[in-house]
Design a protein around this ligand. Structure first.
Ligand SMILES: *Cc1c(COP(=O)(O)O)cnc(C)c1O
Length: 389
């Protein structure tokens, strides 16, 4: 009999703390009750201020994929040329959305799974011809790769100032360094990753420039995700467009209270420290890391079985689940060759220790040739050192 649920160590959803769950369980009131209106206004204000946005933030019922679609269709006009930089599965999702919408879409792909498209290559491509919109994935959760976003935005603003930059920050926002004033026009995310809330909210930050671009496109085909329908609601939440998910909004308010209490910079450092400790520990147990050390992400780690001859993938992940941690399978080129762990949101050292202990017991029980404790020893050393790289 299982008396506790396994830890949710996925690249979303992520572990939920009690106070966030309690917000979901509150008695629902109307979206235009002054108490909800006040909470929603504070939430939007916090999102705008903390991430230094000169435009507006949107909080809308839906998943991250909805936010991706919303991000693109509001800033790309019908005949616009879009450049997508794809480092894996979610980058390719941008390609799918853009092609279906009929935008003239070109793709720059990372040379290999586990690597990132380089800033110089993007610069060269943008020099080759005129693009209107550039789409990138900050952290590609299928490969555990972090794009050098700041370097990229600085290059784009300096050398291609007319290009609007749309960033999928689903696996990074709230856990990894980023501010809108780096030169990003649309940043998008959702509730169930680094914000540590239940799945159900799409989040999007639009710069003044992005809002101006939407106004310049007279009509977009989409209704539910049209900026122009939601801007009045985000400015004055007593207004109606589509009924906002009241309890989800409260749970994100609580998520934001926790983020503000921890402090963004502390939160960013914690994610890097945990990621480093997890990489050290997985390496000590004989796994290799899907992303190179320089590109390894602070929120998701892809761990590959030794020499691609490791344990049977599905059975191994089932064993880890039995030992108390829910981890994810790999996608694309990495499918079957390893597993993915999410380490984002409201987690602490205890959760990381339990995660590694579960993986280690599963290794031993599945007959891997490791000494019980090697992974934990490496983890404990790293958690004590608190290094990021
Ligand atoms: C999870 C994820 C998405 C998709 O979000 P959903 O809420 O599942 O629609 C998009 N991009 C990245 C990088 C993700 O990690």
């Amino acid at each position: 009999m299982r008396i506790r649920n396994p830890l949710v160590m996925l690249p979303g959803p992520t572990p939920m703390v009690r106070s966030i769950q309690e917000a979901l369980g509150r008695e629902t009131i109307s979206y235009n009750d002054p108490r909800l209106v006040a909470d929603f206004s504070t939430l939007i204000g916090d999102l705008v201020k903390l991430w230094r946005c000169d435009g507006i933030a949107f909080v809308i019922a839906g998943s991250g994929t909805m936010a991706m679609e919303m991000g693109i269709v509001n800033v790309a006009a019908p005949n616009d040329k879009v450049l997508v930089c794809s480092n894996g599965y979610f980058g390719d999702r941008f390609v799918d959305i853009c092609s279906r919408k009929g935008f003239e879409t070109e793709v720059l792909r990372a040379p290999r799974w586990g690597e990132s498209v380089q800033t110089e290559d993007i610069d060269a491509k943008l020099n080759e011809k005129k693009f209107d919109v550039l789409c990138v994935t900050h952290i590609e959760s299928s490969t555990g790769v972090e794009l050098p976003l700041r370097e990229l935005t600085e290059m784009t603003r300096a050398s291609h100032p007319d290009v609007l930059v749309v960033v999928d920050g689903v696996a990074s926002m709230g856990g990894v360094e980023f501010y809108m004033d780096w030169g990003v026009d649309v940043m998008l995310s959702c509730s169930q990753k680094c914000f540590g809330t239940a799945p159900g909210l799409g989040l999007l930050w639009a710069s003044e420039r992005a809002l101006a671009k939407r106004s310049a496109i007279s009509h977009i085909a989409e209704t539910y995700i049209d900026f122009e329908k939601w801007v009045p609601v985000m400015r004055e939440p007593m207004k109606y467009w589509g009924t906002p998910p009241v309890n989800m909004i409260w749970s994100l308010c609580e998520g934001m209270r926790i983020i503000k209490e921890e402090g963004l910079e502390n939160r960013f450092r914690r994610h890097r420290e945990h990621a480093y400790a997890i990489r050290r520990s997985l390496s000590a147990m004989g796994f290799s890391i899907g992303a190179g050390e320089k590109a390894a992400s602070p929120t998701v780690t892809v761990s590959l079985y030794p020499d691609n001859r490791g344990p049977d993938d599905t059975a191994f992940r089932e064993a880890v689940y039995e030992e108390g941690a829910h981890i994810a399978g790999c996608l694309g080129d990495f499918a079957g060759k390893g597993f993915r762990v999410g380490h984002m949101g409201n987690i602490d050292d205890n959760i990381i220790v339990s995660l590694i202990a579960s993986i280690e017991r599963a290794c031993v029980k599945r007959g891997c040739d490791i000494e019980p404790g090697v992974g934990l020893a490496a983890l404990q050393r790293a958690l004590i050192e608190r290094r990021c790289r």
